[in-house]
Every structure is written in C-alpha cells, then in structure tokens.
Design a protein around this ligand. Sequence first.
Ligand code: PLP
Length: 277
Amino acid sequence: MVYLNGEFTPKNKAFVGVMDRGFLFGDGVYEVIPVYAGKIFRLSAHLARLQNSLDAIQINNPHSKAQWLEILQKLLTFSPAPNQSLYLQITRGADVSRKHSFNALSATVFAESNPLIPKTKTELENGFSAITQVDIRWQRCDIKSTSLLANVLYSQQAKQQKVEEVILHRDQLITEGATSNVFMIKDNVLFTHPTGAHILPGITRDLVLESAKFCKLKIQESALTLAKLLAADEVWISSSTREVMPITKVDGQLINNGKIGQHWSEVYDYYQSLKYA
Ligand code: PLP
C-alpha cells in the first residue's frame, strides 16, 4: 500500500497525471527516513529539512507535523517489518499546460515504505570501493530535489563498475557522494565538507558528527582535495539507508592498506546505540 493525495492505495493502482510537474520537470522534493523497531528515526530533523527544501522551491507544505506523523505511521502498519525506509515526495502538482514557470497548484503528495535491512558490522568490515568523478551538479545541492539526473548517471556508473559509490569533487575539492555524504580521518581528525550549497545536509551526517563527538574525535568541517582523500587513514560515507560505511578503496587505490579503521568501528557502535535510544 502507498499513500497518494489523501488515500492509501495498492501501489499498482496509484497513478499521477501526465501534467504533473514532477513528471514533466522533476519539480519536487523528497525525503528518505529510516524506521528502527517501528520507531521513525529523527523524524523532526527530516521534516525540518523537508520544510527547507519546500521553502527553497516555493511549495507550501501540504501537512503539519502531526499530519505527517499520522500518514507515515499508518503506512508502517501495512508491513510487519520492524525496520523500514519511508520515502515521501511532494511535487508542485499539475497545471493545464506545460510551461516552465508555475502558478499556485495543489501539490501531489506520495509516500511509501519498504523494508530496510542495514548491513551488519561483519559485512561492513569487508570495506567498500568507490570511484571519483567531477561534480557536474547544480549549485543548490542543499535542496533534496527529485531532479536527480546527474546522481542517476553517477549511480549507474557505480553499478557498471561494481563499486559502492561515486565520490564527487568540485574545483578539486571533495563535496559528497552521489547518494551520500563523505568523511575522512587523517591523524585522528575527522574531516567533512561544510554544509552549504554544494552538499545535501545529510541527517546521517549530523548523526555521524554527534557520534564522533561522543568518541572524542576532533572534527573539522572543511573541504579536502582528492589527493588528501587518497592519503587518508580512513574514508567513510553516510546516508539514512547505509548508515556509516567504510570505504577502503578509491579509484583502485587502497586506503590504509585496505584495513578498516578503529575510529569507524567506534563511531559505528555509538551510531547503533542511537538508533534504539
Ligand atoms: N548526499 C546526497 C547527494 C544524498 O542523496 C544523500 C541521501 O540520499 C545524502 C547525502 C545523505 O543524506 P541522509 O543522511 O539524510 O540520508
């Protein structure tokens, strides 16, 4: 079952009109929210980011926080899975004709939930590979927009090259992954790109920073060169569905001789404790 514009409907019966601006222009925003043991994780942070995305593209939030909670909780009841990944999308809605500029429209609201099976620590300890690419995306990567063509192409490249992620760099500086935020450790200091127009302010990024603080790591929010990333002691990526994941090979080059770092292990453990706190 999915939620579409006020109704809960079987997925194969949920349809959106061809004039919907989400279909025509990718004119919409979305959120992905993990659910652990039936509890929606960091809902307020996700709804705050959703509000920022909506404000940035001038769509009125169609629901209050209480209404969102009601919709999302009802969706969760359709699956027995304790851990789920909620997806919600709001597009500007449908107009009578296709033009780039817009009128005030009734937003299209879609939400669904799927089982979430995060990798175990043992699986993660094998380490993962990434490749790097020039960041060709626009200058408003802080908006969680459904216009994801560049990210789609990067992810397809990752799939074809059998790597976990594509790490992006703009003007020689690492920004984030195609579908994740990027961290590196050098000499016991954790580095990650500062928030701003060039990255999505990941909710997991905040959780990783919170975990790193607990682990007494020094944190520096500054962008790094690709050369520094390749010479890192540890490289991690983070996202709501992957949590915090160690990258041990970048562009075919081993990070820390391919060994998982101790800092990752500690941050991972604390992160796990937050999920069920
Ligand atoms: N950056 C990009 C480009 C993403 O697509 C995502 C998640 O999909 C993230 C970062 C991580 O965001 P979050 O931790 O909120 O899932």
